[in-house]
Design a protein around this ligand. Structure first.
Ligand SMILES: [Zn+2]
Length: 423
């Protein structure tokens, strides 16, 4: 059943869809499907390896933004690429639309697009290169139809979204640009995708250390690997609430150098996630205290004057947050989804660039670029452009409903004047 949206949201979309220039842009996105896909194939073979995406991808993306009419294009000191479509109205509100330039694949990964049974394979072809190509196509549509937004639209390719990049690109943007009033992150999902809830992440690395020694002659010393094993066993026994969904995993363990030695050191990495910031905080302290107990038990067992100890380091964190389903920006995104003929309902929570702005109180959500995606983050990642038209059209609608179209509608979004710090 279609949703009921507030009259100003519905009327705004109707006015946009009735405007000849806006319709021209929507039609352009349909006709641009092949170009969009060709450009995706061109972009995906240019490496976006973690912490190296600024080397080749950023300059290429900057050139493309420039070529398609964005103004004052630049690469900031973090490596993010920005280009502006200036509004005809006041300097605020200002809307950021972004896709991330980095992939999870290291530089040595061979990149070539191959086709099999109608699917196109290449590491990174979906996440998030499809979004980069989608946003470029939208920029071309704006230029082609001569659309003038009332609010300034900032097109951006961000660095460091994945893994240990830890959202460094979007954090930098939110720190440097205090005037972004809404953030639209485009990700590798179908055109119906609208994610409102950001999963918080915390990652700890624990390092256990002791004197170590010969496995036979020094027997009786506390053993860092045994202490780590005790800690893993304790963590494994934790039970988590189903709601708010909260998870943990000891993902990496390393340690020791020789089979005939009591090791001097061991390390483990723990990943914890929750949609609720308080649950994540409390899980973090529980895990820390379990490790402390495990080390104390190992020391107590051997009662040696040589003891082991541990250090804990936070190696990643993304704050949780959510955009209310009845908030204006969420309503516009859901209504735009219906307007392109797709069912509208919020998608499952995820951890993306959205986490940073939404946690600060800046309206932010994730929408899908459109297309079909399989094997994201694997070497068998594949894509087809089916649905990419609707993805791009929906984002165009969303941007202009929020940011206004000169002479046709005023911006729906308001300046976000109270924002929390970047965490
Ligand atoms: Zn992504």
């Amino acid at each position: 059943m279609p949703r009921i949206f507030s009259p100003n949201v519905t009327q705004t979309l109707e006015k946009l869809l009735a405007d000849p220039a806006f319709r021209k842009a929507m039609e352009y996105l349909e006709a641009d499907e092949d170009n969009r896909f060709e450009e995706l194939k061109e972009l995906v073979v240019v490496h976006g390896a973690p912490f190296k995406e600024h080397l080749k991808r950023s300059p290429l993306y900057k050139n493309k933004l420039e070529r398609y009419g964005a103004k004052d294009c630049l690469i900031d000191s973090e490596g993010n690429v920005l280009g502006y479509v200036y509004g005809t109205g006041a300097s605020r509100p200002k809307i950021l639309v972004e896709g991330h330039l980095d992939t999870v694949f290291p530089e040595e990964t061979p990149l070539a697009v191959t086709e099999k049974d109608g699917r196109f394979y290449c590491p990174g072809i979906g996440d998030d290169t499809a979004a980069l190509a989608c946003n470029l196509s939208i920029l071309r549509a704006i230029e082609h139809a001569g659309l003038k937004p009332v609010s300034t639209l900032v097109f951006c390719g961000t660095v460091g979204e994945e893994g240990e990049g830890n959202a460094r690109g979007i954090r930098f943007l939110m720190r440097e640009h205090g005037d972004l009033d809404a953030v639209i992150s485009v990700e590798s999902h179908g055109a119906e995708h609208v994610c409102l809830q950001a999963v918080g992440i915390r990652r700890y690395e624990f390092e256990f250390s002791g004197p170590g020694g010969h496995s036979w002659r020094a027997f009786g010393l506390p053993n860092p690997v045994h202490a780590m094993g005790r800690a893993v066993a304790k963590i494994a026994e934790l039970t988590m609430p189903i709601s708010p969904r909260t998870t943990f995993s000891v993902g990496v363990v390393t340690g020791g150098t020789s089979i005939n030695a009591i090791p001097q050191g061991a390390r483990m990495k723990v990943d914890m996630r929750s949609v609720d910031p308080r649950e994540l905080d409390s899980l973090g302290s529980v895990v820390e205290s379990l490790v402390e107990q495990a080390v104390a038990e190992e020391n107590l067992k051997w009662r040696s004057t040589d003891r082991i100890g541990f250090t804990m380091r936070c190696i990643g964190s993304k704050p949780a947050g959510s955009l209310a389903e009845d908030s204006l920006v969420a309503q516009v995104a859901l209504a735009a989804t219906e307007a392109v003929g797709l069912p509208a309902s919020p998608s499952l929570p995820a951890s993306t660039n959205q986490n940073i702005p939404v946690n600060m109180g800046v309206p932010a959500l994730v929408v899908g670029s459109g297309g079909t995606f399989k094997g994201v983050h694997s070497l068998e990642e594949s894509y087809t452009p089916a649905g990419s038209v609707k993805g791009a059209q929906k984002i165009l609608l969303l941007l202009f409903a929020l940011g206004g179209l000169s002479g046709v509608i005023e911006p729906l979004v308001e300046p976000c004047l109270e924002r929390g710090p970047v965490s």
